[in-house]
Design a protein around this ligand. Structure first.
Ligand SMILES: Nc1ncnc2c1ncn2[C@@H]1O[C@H](COP(=O)(O)OP(=O)(O)OP(=O)(O)O)[C@@H](O)[C@H]1O
Ligand SMILES: [Mg+2]
Length: 253
C-alpha cells in the first residue's frame, strides 16, 4: 500500500551567480516525500544538499520549480510575509550546530516557537512538559545549553523543532558535531519520533552511516539526483544496508 504524499518538489533549479562564474547548485530536482517517511539526501560536499533544504524551508528561493505541500502548490512561499508564515506552520529545522539561544534555559529554548506565536501559559506548560518527557530532558529543564552535552543540546533542538507539530522536519547534518555513539542515539530519537508521531522528515548527510537510517535515500551529485535506494521491510540489518549504499556511492561518484 503506498503512503500519501505530503510534499513534492518539482524541477527545482538554483544557480548562484558569482563574480567570475556561476554555480549550478540544483538542476531540475524532482522528488516526493511521503507522510511519515524519513527521506535521506546523501551526497558529497557541494552537491546541493543544504541548498535543497533551504528552498524547502523557504530560506532561499529557487530560480525555477515549485513545492507542493499537502496537495497545495506553495506559489507564495518565497516572498515575505508568506515565507515566515510557511516556515512557522510547516517546517521544523534542525542544524548541525544546534542553534540554541545560550541565555535561555532548555525549556525556554524548546518553548520559543510557541512563545513567538503568543501561546497562553497553560498550553505552553502542557506542550513543553510533553516535549521534555519525549526527549528525556525533564531533569535538565532549567539548565542552559552550555551545561549540556552535545547530544543533549541536539535533543533540545529536536524538541524545539517538534513543538509546533510541523508537517515536515528538515535536518541538515544533525549529527555532524557528535561522536559516533551519540550520533546513533540522536538518529534513534529521530526514528522514534517518526514512528510515534508519524513525522515526515528529510535528513541531509554526507555520511552513509547516517543515511542508512532513512527509509529511502536519494543520492546527489553536482546538484542532481543520480540514484536512489529504498529500504525494504525485511532488511533490518544495518551492515547490509551500508554495503548497498557504499556500492551505489562508488558507482555514482
Ligand atoms: N549563498 C551561496 N552563494 C554562492 N554559492 C553558494 C551559496 N550557497 C551554496 N553555494 C554553492 O552551491 C553549491 C552547493 O552548495 P550546498 O551548500 O548546497 O552543498 P552541500 O551539499 O550542502 O555541501 P556540504 O556537505 O559541504 O554542506 C556549492 O558549490 C556551493 O559553493
Ligand atoms: Mg550543506
Amino acid at each position: 500500500m503506498s503512503k500519501e504524499i505530503i510534499l513534492s518538489a518539482d524541477n527545482l533549479t538554483k544557480t548562484y551567480e558569482e563574480t567570475e562564474h556561476s554555480v549550478s547548485a540544483l538542476k531540475n530536482v524532482t522528488f516526493d516525500l511521503k507522510k511519515g517517511e524519513m527521506l535521506a539526501i546523501m551526497g558529497t560536499s557541494g552537491s546541493g544538499k543544504s541548498t535543497l533544504l533551504h528552498i524547502i524551508g523557504a530560506l532561499d528561493k529557487p530560480d525555477q520549480g515549485k513545492i507542493t505541500l499537502n496537495g497545495v502548490i506553495q506559489d507564495k512561499m518565497f516572498t515575505e510575509p508568506h515565507a515566515t508564515e510557511y516556515r512557522g506552520e510547516n517546517i521544523g529545522y534542525i542544524f548541525q550546530s544546534f542553534h540554541l539561544l545560550k541565555d535561555l534555559t532548555v525549556e525556554e529554548n524548546i518553548a520559543l516557537p510557541l512563545i513567538l506565536k503568543g501561546a497562553n501559559e497553560a498550553l505552553l506548560k502542557e506542550k513543553v512538559d510533553q516535549i521534555l518527557g519525549l526527549m528525556g530532558l525533564t531533569p535538565w529543564r532549567k539548565h542552559r545549553p552550555i551545561q549540556l552535552s552535545g547530544g543533549q543540546q541536539q535533543r533540545v533542538a529536536i524538541g524545539r523543532a517538534l513543538i509546533m507539530s510541523p508537517p515536515i522536519i528538515l535536518a541538515d547534518e544533525p549529527t555532524g558535531n557528535l561522536d559516533y555513539n551519540t550520533s546513533n542515539e540522536i538518529l534513534n530519537v529521530l526514528v522514534e519520533m517518526k514512528e510515534r508521531l508519524n513525522q515526515s522528515m528529510i535528513l541531509v548527510t554526507h555520511d552513509a552511516n547516517v543515511a542508512a537510517y532513512g527509509d529511502r535515500i536519494l543520492f546527489f551529485h553536482d546538484g542532481e539526483i543520480v540514484d536512489s535506494y529504498v529500504r525494504t521491510t525485511d532488511e533490518a540489518d544495518m551492515d547490509c544496508i551500508l554495503d548497498k549504499l557504499k556500492q551505489i556511492m562508488e558507482k555514482s561518484a
